[in-house]
Write a protein that binds this ligand. Structure first.
Ligand code: SF4
Ligand code: MG
Length: 334
């Protein structure tokens, strides 16, 4: 609720604070049990910082995270350790997030060292082998090193580590972005299988709109530290109401050549402004083709708009659904 994370900028010889990078600036949403909430946006929009705040890898400047009725940032010691078991993370890069000097058994079993009460020491090897099996790796390979695995297999190792403590929520920060498209599909399918079997909830952070569409039940679109639009996957992709979402979707290439000419491309002017000095009013107004005077002064709230269906929220004063030619091909992910 109202999560804010500012990083101070220091300048001059005295290294005095001269400003803030407003990485996350007032973000609120809910994650439901068993669902996948996709978070999309260009690099620098704050989506990874948001993921780290939800894991308490960083403390927020203000705002709160309530998990199962418990205010996470108010917890200490044992209660916080319990919460840490429930919320785990899978990182982007399977090449750098695994220690090359440790065996797969050590890597996947690492969470048991931090939470020794989960599996008794005697049972660790078996527990790790079961995890390898669950993510589609050969349990016999427990003594191998990360470099002996392909990129997709390494991400399976990262996932095995992520689910070792039987968490309730998995935060996945660009989990397949570093992988080839064909391998992406296998890893995404594995994640869906695990979600069903283990009753996991996912926060799936990515910049790839097709992968997010494929896996998500709901999607949030971030721009410069704020949520621009939030809703069911069908609504966000089928009838987006925020001009930024419309532009993002219009930029996705059309696989079907007969549709290619029909697709309208919305080209945004300029670059993303610096999060150290975001525009007044609506942060998108410097690049928005629909911007009016009001947009420069009034911050649009993320709320239900007149034409929005169900729980489709939009942070635009002039939100209006716009059909974007269906261009996202999810068949190759099926
Ligand atoms: Fe564009 Fe104004 Fe809507 Fe912002 S509030 S997205 S500037 S029309
Ligand atoms: Mg799903």
């Amino acid at each position: 609720t109202d999560l804010v994370k500012y990083y101070p900028i220091k300048g001059g010889v005295l290294r005095r604070k001269v400003g803030d990078v407003k990485a996350v600036d007032g973000v609120s949403f809910e994650l439901l049990k068993g669902e996948t909430l996709g978070i999309v946006g260009e690099s620098g929009c704050g989506k990874s910082t948001l993921g780290r705040l939800l894991m308490r890898l960083e403390e927020p400047t203000s705002g709160s995270v309530v998990f199962d009725g418990v205010d996470m940032y108010a917890q200490k010691g044992r209660a916080m350790r319990k919460l840490r078991r429930d919320i785990q993370i899978v990182f982007q890069d399977p090449y750098t997030s695994l220690n090359p000097r440790k065996t797969v058994g050590d890597i996947v079993g690492e969470p048991f060292d931090i939470h020794p009460d989960v599996v008794p020491r005697k049972g660790r090897r078996k527990a790790v082998q079961d995890l390898l099996d669950l993510v589609g790796l050969n349990p016999e390979h427990i003594n191998r090193y990360p470099h002996q695995f392909s990129g997709g297999q390494r991400q399976r190792i990262g996932i095995a580590r992520g689910i070792a403590l039987n968490p309730k929520v998995l935060i996945c920060d660009e989990p397949v972005s570093a992988l080839d498209v064909s391998v992406q599909a296998q890893v995404v399918n594995l994640m869906e299988k695990l979600q069903d079997e283990l009753g996991l909830s996912y926060i799936f952070i990515a910049h790839d709109l097709s992968v997010v569409r494929h896996i998500s039940d709901r999607v949030g679109v971030m721009y410069l530290g704020k949520m621009a639009e939030l809703g069911e996957e069908d609504d966000i992709y089928g009838r987006p109401t925020h001009p930024y979402t419309q532009a993002l979707l219009s930029a996705v290439p059309v696989p079907d050549p007969t549709l290619r000419d029909k697709k309208e491309q919305i080209v945004l002017k300029g670059d993303v402004p610096s999060p150290a000095n975001p525009p007044s009013g609506c942060r998108f107004h410097t690049r928005c083709w629909k911007a009016q005077d009001k947009c420069k002064t009034d911050i649009p709230l993320l709320e239900l708009r007149p034409d929005g269906a169900g729980e489709h929220l939009s942070a635009c004063h002039f939100a209006q659904p716009r059909e974007i030619i269906e261009t996202i091909d999810v068949s190759d992910l099926a």
